[in-house]
Ligand binder design. Structure first.
Ligand code: MRU
Length: 351
């Protein structure tokens, strides 16, 4: 699936498959300005670190279109940068959001012409980011496929699939690539409270692809591993610190601890754009806290008494020592991650 994020040049709109409605309804939201993009990101119409980055890149195109229509005589570069800051601030943990905005900003900063002349250049860059993401997921999938044994069951948490990227997926990309190599792979999708990305999105896209998938409550993980029902774990990441500590959907850290307890390999699959060299360790990764109602209600029905508070941390950080390997488009990185990450970046920049 590569069409859930589509830019319509004629309509000046970014069309996003509304992931909040899956698996019950396939309907699109049209974003026509930066306000729409920020709302779509915050409310999780689109979610998943690489998909957030691709959406942000297109959002920068809409930002320039916004600025072009203003006739108030303000400096277009200053106004454009303010809009880009709004997009970059929509969600704090996934570093791909800031990464994509800064890549778009750099194009504008080195551009000498007018705002109108910049527009096609920005569109080109957004399209490149979009297409690169699919190619990177496929390369990452090929690199990681050897980590998946034949005739195995892979547990994943949240959704790190086509829906969380421009297409193909990171963790699910590895599973897709293993299948393309002819391996038999079954998937256990943790349901992933409270937003249910596993039950709603991972199960939906794997079913669409004909990949055997079973949903499990998050709290079944220990039992499933104890029963020998899990051969390996592959999850995505929202931000990886320079030492390999990896932030991913809340609950991932617990899965990693359990995997270590039961001697099960635990892999992170993510593009290099998810690695934040400016953040030395996981302690520096900001953890998003989301609205109360996501935890305290289900289908608009309260599931905890009124006036009782709820925690809604959206991510946790798995320490590097629990991670068997970080699967990237530059191959599978191994401990010590500080060194293997630095080598992967050096390799990528020499190309
Ligand atoms: O809150 P979300 O749904 O944006 O969180 C998504 C995740 O935690 C994914 O596992 C991560 O972004 C990797 S996506 C390839």
């Amino acid at each position: 699936m590569e069409d859930h994020i589509q830019f319509d040049i004629a309509e000046h709109a970014l069309l996003l498959l509304d992931q909040r409605l899956l698996p019950n309804r396939e309907s699109h939201v049209a974003c026509r300005n930066v306000g729409d993009i920020v709302t779509a990101l915050k409310t999780m119409v689109v979610r998943g670190a690489p998909a957030i980055g691709v959406t942000a890149a297109w959002g920068c195109v809409l930002a320039l279109q916004d600025v072009l229509t203003r006739k108030d005589g303000t400096d277009w570069r200053a106004a454009f940068n303010t809009e880009l800051d709004r997009i970059a601030g929509a969600r704090p943990t996934a570093v791909n959001l800031r990464w994509a905005v800064e890549r778009m900003r750099a194009v504008a900063q080195t551009f000498q012409g007018s705002a109108a002349e910049l527009l096609p250049r920005l569109e080109k860059e957004a399209r490149t980011i979009h297409q690169e993401d699919i190619a990177i997921c496929k390369a990452l999938g090929r690199a990681g496929a050897d980590c998946i044994p034949d005739n195995s069951t892979v547990l994943t948490h949240c959704n790190a699939g086509a829906l969380a990227t421009a297409g193909y997926g990171t963790a699910l990309g590895v599973i897709r690539a293993a299948r393309e190599q002819g391996k038999k792979v079954r998937v256990i999708a943790d349901e992933t409270r409270p937003f249910l990305q596993g039950a709603r999105l991972t199960a939906w896209e794997l079913k669409e692809d004909g990949i055997e998938v079973t949903v499990a409550c998050d709290n079944a993980c220990a039992l499933l591993m104890q029963k020998g029902m899990v051969d390996c774990v592959v999850v995505g990441a929202d931000r990886i610190a320079a030492n390999g500590d990896s932030a991913n959907k809340i609950g991932t850290f617990g899965v990693a601890i359990l995997a270590q307890h039961f001697g099960i390999p635990f892999y992170i699959a993510a593009p290099l754009s998810t690695i934040d060299l400016a953040t030395p360790t996981g302690a520096g990764i900001p953890i998003e806290e989301r609205p109360y109602d996501e935890v305290a209600t289900l289908n608009n029905l309260r599931i905890c008494p009124e006036d009782v508070p709820a925690y809604n941390f959206a991510f946790d950080v798995t320490p590097a020592h629990l991670i068997t390997g970080i699967i990237t488009e530059q191959g599978v990185l191994r401990q010590p991650y500080k060194e293997s990450i630095a080598t992967a970046f050096a390799k990528a920049s020499s190309r």
